[in-house]
Design a protein. Structure first.
Length: 327
């Protein structure tokens, strides 16, 4: 952390500085208090280890009262790969929530993080996240964020498990997936040149889905039936009583066919199929017969530091549940 930033945000009451979220037990205790559940050390290593997560904390004496984190993610924007940060694990100790002011611990913690890492002349150019409405309004009031999109939920009914004549689908073993994912990601990135999309290369996908310490994900490869051409890989997961379509890599034009196949597979995992989608993806999937419901979950752009014009980002993020840090 730049000493000038530290000096600007520290005072006699609050100490602001970087935190090692893998090893710091005060972070784990705050997470359990705020979220209501503890996480094993393997989860912290998977999420934050080896530079996968950066975090800033605010302390009152020896007590951690606020935590603000970001997770590096390469994204494709305007035909090039740029460094982005997904904001997450934003936490405030319950006793400090009455201090959500412009000089309170949360504002100091968030502002110090953003000034250290995000925007022009900093390591990461773009920022995004998934705050709910209350958090979004707070961040706007504090001058931290500008909203550039809103997530929607799309839900589909299920279909009988009968083969389709156009395509076939099979489970994709992780050990056989690397070359397939590389080919499909290359095709996807060339097709989605007008949106902002997180990189879905094999290294990212295998860490995200094959190495997760808690959740079990199911990868399926979609092919044309007669030519055998690979169309895409979809990820499904049981989410309560429903089946969640978590992610996709492949030609977006094949997502309608992927929906039909997922509706056949979904009864193995739940009583309905659903996903989350940002505006460009909602537009792609709106003709598939799903029911679209806007969510009180928003996609922000950083307003605290100089960076991309929010108008240039508005409605351009291509995001699914797998792009979040909590599905």
């Amino acid at each position: 952390m730049n000493p000038d930033i530290s000096e600007r945000y520290n005072d006699d009451r609050w100490r602001i500085g970087p935190v090692d979220s893998v090893r710091d037990s005060t972070v784990h205790a705050l997470f359990e208090k705020v979220v209501g559940a503890a996480k094993p050390q393997s989860w912290w290593r998977w999420k934050y280890g080896e530079g996968r997560g950066l975090a800033m904390g605010a302390w009152r004496g020896g007590e951690l009262v606020a935590h603000y984190a970001g997770f590096p993610r390469s994204v494709r924007c305007n035909g090039r790969t740029v460094a982005a940060l997904q904001i997450g694990d934003v936490m405030v100790e319950p006793s400090a929530r009455g201090l959500l002011t412009r000089r309170g611990p949360f504002q100091r913690c968030a502002a110090a993080f953003l000034e250290s890492y995000l925007g022009a002349g900093r390591p990461y150019w773009l920022g995004f996240g998934f705050p709910h409405l209350r958090a979004m309004r707070l961040a706007e009031r504090l001058g931290l964020y500008t909203r550039v999109d809103r997530m929607s939920e799309i839900q589909w009914s299920l279909l009988p498990d009968r083969p389709r004549w156009r395509t076939r689908i099979r489970a994709l073993p992780v050990n056989d997936s690397r070359e397939v994912l590389a080919r499909l990601w290359w095709r996807m990135r060339e097709t989605l040149s007008d949106v902002i999309v997180g990189v879905r290369n094999p290294d990212y996908w295998l860490h995200r889905y094959a190495c997760h310490p808690e959740h079990q994900y199911h990868l399926f490869l979609l092919r044309q039936r007669f030519s055998g051409r690979e169309l895409g890989v979809l990820v499904l997961r049981r989410e309560g009583e429903r089946c969640l379509w978590v992610d996709w890599v492949g030609d977006p034009a094949s997502m309608g066919e992927a929906i039909f196949q997922a509706r056949r597979l979904a009864p193995r995992f739940g009583s309905s199929l659903y996903t989350w989608a940002s505006t460009p993806l909602v537009q792609t999937l709106s003709a598939t017969g799903g029911r679209v419901e806007p969510l009180d979950v928003y996609i922000p752009s950083c307003a605290w530091t100089e960076g991309p014009d929010p108008e240039a980002l508005r409605g351009r993020w291509w995001l699914m549940p797998g792009d979040t840090d909590f599905f």
